[in-house]
Design a protein around this ligand. Structure first.
Ligand code: CS2
Length: 482
């Protein structure tokens, strides 16, 4: 590692010239935002927006709550919450973000977390806990059989995101902390509505008075978040130290592009994020759908097919003409027609700009990272598009290919013994290894019944699966599908 001083308030002035850093006061702040899930995406996205408005409005620093790990607190604690955000392109830019004012862990700081959620100074709660953090049932409500939720409902202390949120809201109700906005920032369609429903069902099961209080005092706007943020590597740490003259235990890298579209439904005070580029709109759904289907769907497609073809990163996969042409055709021919028209957005241009972002050679985004949690991601990214096409009587031959590629990927991981990052991995991988398509389709946490029983789709899926047996078969499947 480099010989540079460690980033902190005390060393901030030693950064190299030209590196942007907070001009606002860093000491003695009370957070206005409590965030669950202080991972890379949050620090690349929401924390950067907060940083951008703190100069003009000091209320919006962030108290971070990590549910399961102390990694962020361990890295950023000694740095007074400061970290470097690297914007990677042909001409990288580095800035120091200072919006994090407190780092809490649910394992050790439970009482402080409840205090922060109850405090009148807290006006906004945000979350990036990933799809699985919402503990949803296949019907879309709260999964009462989720082990964490079931243990809490049986009287256990909170361990889940929903449980902590409900406990914090109960404290806020009891202490008169006032109305609050809870803003989901995860890649789920209708993320706010789903979160509101999960919290309400939880409250109904534990404390009906809380459910009533939530109904009139808490809003759950939906939001669409976007910025490609690969995991941090040692190479990034070195690059950041060289560029800034300061050592950062956990810098964040992301592409320059960033977008945040937020439903304008705030019960708490609304941060002036519009000044930093956030779009406040009355209906986020078309934005969410366009992004999930045209960016995340193709991302997962590149991930599964790319791994099967031996590629490592998104940019590598995009240099494979067979794969890139297939994905591009799928976006324009199969996905784009399912999207609702959106004023000011040409869907074809949007698709092309996404492909351009995927080609960014300055970013090493590992396909293996995107391949995580397929059982949680594919329903929002690909299966919804397939369901809409089937409802309209349209064919799904091309869209069946990424689903079949996911099965092949699961089988590959099963046979090479590599750990699968997916909460349903233990159930899915042996079925995928046995090529048991019927059994996979029967998993209703992933496949809606209407799709599993749709003859056209099932036939397309079987055909696609048979056509992905090895590299030469994959290449001919991709070419034939064009
Ligand atoms: C990616 C997303 O890892 C993944 O599954 O598809 O994290 C993607 O990079 C972001 O949603 C982009 O905004």
């Amino acid at each position: 590692m480099s010989e540079h001083p460690r980033l902190s308030r005390a060393t901030l002035a030693q950064r190299k010239p030209g590196i942007a850093a907070p001009a606002y006061q860093l000491e003695g702040r009370l957070p206005g935002i409590v965030h669950f899930g202080p991972g890379a995406f949050h620090r690349a996205h929401q924390a950067a927006y907060a940083d951008a408005v703190l100069d003009s409005d000091p209320r919006w620093s962030i108290c971070e709550v990590a549910l399961n790990s102390t990694g962020t607190a361990d890295a950023l604690g000694p740095q007074d919450g400061l970290y470097v955000l690297a914007l990677l392109s042909a001409e990288p830019e580095y800035c120091i973000i200072g919006s994090i004012t407190e780092l809490l862990s649910a394992r050790t700081d439970g009482e402080t977390i409840l205090q922060r959620l109850a405090a009148p100074t807290t006006q906004l709660v945000t979350s990036t806990v990933t799809e699985k953090g919402y503990c949803l049932s296949p019907e879309g409500g709260l999964d009462m059989n989720h082990p964490g939720i079931a243990a809490e409902l049986a009287g256990g202390a909170p361990t889940t995101f929903i449980g902590w949120l409900a406990a914090g809201l109960a404290r806020r109700m009891a202490e008169g902390g006032g109305p609050l906005t809870v803003l989901s920032c995860d890649n789920l369609a209708h993320n706010g509505r789903r979160l509101g429903r999960a919290v309400t069902e939880y409250a109904q099961a534990t404390d009906p008075a809380l459910a009533e209080w939530v109904a009139s005092n808490v809003s759950f706007p939906s939001s669409m978040v976007d910025s490609i943020t690969p995991a941090t590597t040692d190479a990034v740490r070195e690059q950041v130290a060289e560029a800034t003259g300061l050592e950062d235990a956990w810098p964040i890298q992301r592409e320059r592009f960033t977008q945040w579209v937020v439903e304008n439904d705030f019960k708490g005070a609304r941060p002036p994020f519009d000044a930093a580029g956030v779009q406040f709109v009355s209906d986020v759904a078309p934005f969410e759908e366009a992004k999930l289907r045209l960016l995340n769907g193709p991302h997962s497609t590149l991930a599964y097919l790319g791994v099967l073809l031996g590629h490592e990163t998104v940019a590598d996969a995009m240099r494979d003409a067979d794969l890139a042409d297939f994905v591009r055709t799928m976006m324009h021919e199969d996905i784009a027609p399912t999207l609702r028209p959106l004023e000011g957005m040409d869907v074809g241009d949007y698709a092309e700009s996404v492909l351009e972002r995927f080609r960014n050679p300055a970013i090493r985004h590992l396909l293996a990272q995107i391949a995580w949690d397929g059982s949680q991601k594919l329903p929002f990214r690909i299966l919804g598009t397939i369901a809409d096409r089937r409802a309209a009587g349209l064919p799904t031959g091309r869209l069946a290919v990424p689903v079949a590629a996911w099965f092949r990927f699961l089988a590959l991981r099963h046979s090479d013994g590599e750990k699968l990052v997916d909460p349903l991995g233990g159930k899915l991988a042996p079925l995928a290894a046995a090529g048991d398509i019927d059994a996979l389709l029967a998993i209703d946490a992933v496949f809606p019944r209407t799709l599993a029983g749709d003859g056209e789709f099932v036939a397309a899926l079987r055909q696609a699966h048979a056509g992905l047996a090895d590299e030469s078969a994959i290449r001919s499947t991709l070419k034939t599908a064009l």
